[in-house]
Design a protein around this ligand. Structure first.
Ligand SMILES: C[S@@+](CC[C@H](N)C(=O)[O-])C[C@H]1O[C@@H](n2cnc3c(N)ncnc32)[C@H](O)[C@@H]1O
Length: 289
């Protein structure tokens, strides 16, 4: 095995892939081609494999009986910033929820769609309270974990809701999943899709984070860079990492309440009430077609 800069590449496979030549020019071409292949392979070896990193983390946590310290969600931002959190928080019981989660779930009525349900920490107690709850998630692993825990969960995205979901009295975007609005243009699509799945008079309950509640130089520099690129300051380009596996890059939006209000203009959603706690907040939006 050859080893270039820490990335191990198999020598014999490389020589077998090159054209044979006895001329000096041929040898140079052959050497250049070998270098190109070696560099290309080394780069490929450094690149994570694209996969369901989030679902794998949830499964690992569940498979050890939902214990702390076993599975960690690594969130990578496109400036290289890494955030790490114990996956056990995605299994938190209702008595461990943050005040914003509690405020939002207390307002759920009727049939509920939990968008980006994860392991089902909100769907489960709501179903126990008698709500007909459907969890929706883009991660096959999350759907598997939520289903094993007793949630009626389906695979799908908020961008393309599965056709047979029916309509709901309440849609949830919890665990900061207002972030799925992603940015001004995308927010219009997501809000229209959720309105189409919600009965007139229904509600959207969501939680988010105000990005300006920080003194961290790395975050402040990221906000400035976003402004320079014509993006909202809290529009984060992220991917989830688990070992050598990563999700695709995606945009996740952290907006202050005032900016959220602007995103709701000319949508079927009206901000009825908000509740703020530290950097987090919850909103209750009414569906008024
Ligand atoms: C931050 S986690 C929140 C999970 C859960 N709501 C909670 O609070 O425990 C985000 C969840 O949204 C899911 N997700 C991400 N993009 C999505 C999309 N476009 N449509 C539906 N779900 C998505 C992820 O797979 C993940 O389960």
């Amino acid at each position: 095995m050859a080893d270039r800069g820490g990335a191990r590449v198999p020598g014999p496979v490389v020589s077998a892939a090159l054209p044979r030549s006895s001329s000096r020019l041929g040898n140079r071409v052959r050497t250049a081609a070998a270098t190109a292949i070696l560099v290309g392979m080394a780069e490929d070896h450094r690149r994570p494999v694209i996969g369901d990193a989030f679902g794998t983390i949830l499964k690992r946590c569940m498979d050890v009986g939902v214990a702390a310290g076993v599975a960690h969600e690594i969130v990578e931002r496109d400036d290289g910033y890494l955030g790490v959190g114990d996956a056990v928080r995605y299994f938190a019981a209702d008595d461990e929820w943050s005040p914003v989660d509690r405020w939002a779930c207390d307002r759920a009525t009727g049939r509920v769609l939990d968008v980006g349900c994860g392991a089902g920490r909100h769907a489960l107690p709501l179903a126990r309270k008698g709500h007909d709850v459907v969890g929706l998630d883009a991660s096959p692993g999350a759907v598997d974990v939520a289903t094993r825990r007793g949630v009626t969960a389906v695979l799908g995205t908020v961008e393309q809701l599965p056709p047979a979901l029916g309509s709901f009295d309440t849609v949830l975007l919890l665990g900061n999943n207002l972030g799925l609005l992603a940015g001004p243009g995308h927010a219009r699509t997501v809000l229209a899709n959720l309105a189409a799945a919600t009965r007139p008079g229904g509600r959207l309950l969501g939680t988010g984070l105000d990005p300006h509640h920080t003194n961290d130089e790395a975050h402040l520099a990221y906000h400035d860079r976003n402004r320079q690129r014509g993006r909202l300051p809290g529009q984060a380009r992220l991917r989830i990492r688990d070992g050598a596996v990563a999700t695709e890059w995606f945009d996740y939006l952290f907006v202050p309440l005032a900016e959220l209000r602007e995103l709701l203009a000319e949508t079927p959603w009206h901000l009825r009430q908000a509740f703020e706690h530290e950097a987090g907040y919850a909103v209750h939006l009414d569906h008024r077609p």
